[in-house]
Design a protein around this ligand. Structure first.
Ligand SMILES: [Zn+2]
Length: 135
């Protein structure tokens, strides 16, 4: 099922780790709403960059988040954070463009070695910190 024009429910819950460990990665109603909300926020990022975003990791159930070594407060567990790779654009270039775009976000993290960008959102724009981190 499509969440928005370019993002699907399937890619929001897909996880190789979950399959490997046979962990269910099913969002509840609130998490589902957050995922839908995040998909809309991601569309703005995609539109701004002008390239497709390959989703690396999005929603992680409580157990899955522990399994991947995520922090308990991870926004992935709320469905409000996404790890992605811009298709056909250098990671650093996409990161800098988003960083300087004026677009709102809670956290933007460049995982250079792991090779993806993490972006997290909050339900209220006014709560977003526009925090930039490098890991
Ligand atoms: Zn992340």
């Amino acid at each position: 099922m499509k969440l928005t024009k370019h993002f699907s429910e399937r890619e929001s819950v897909f996880s190789n780790k979950a399959i490997e460990l046979k962990i269910k990665n099913i969002p509840n109603t609130e998490q589902r709403e957050n995922i839908f909300y995040t998909a809309n926020r991601l569309e703005a990022i995609r539109l701004f960059l002008g390239v497709a975003l390959k989703i690396d990791s999005w929603f992680r159930s409580y157990l899955l988040n522990i399994a991947v070594g995520g922090v308990p407060t991870s926004y992935h567990a709320k469905g409000l954070a996404v790890d992605f790779v811009p298709v056909g654009m250098k990671l650093e270039e996409a990161f800098d463009l988003i960083k300087n775009s004026g677009l709102s976000f809670d956290q933007l993290i460049l995982y250079k070695k792991k090779g993806f960008i993490h972006i997290g959102f909050r339900k209220k724009y006014s709560d977003e910190r526009n925090q930039i981190l490098y890991k």
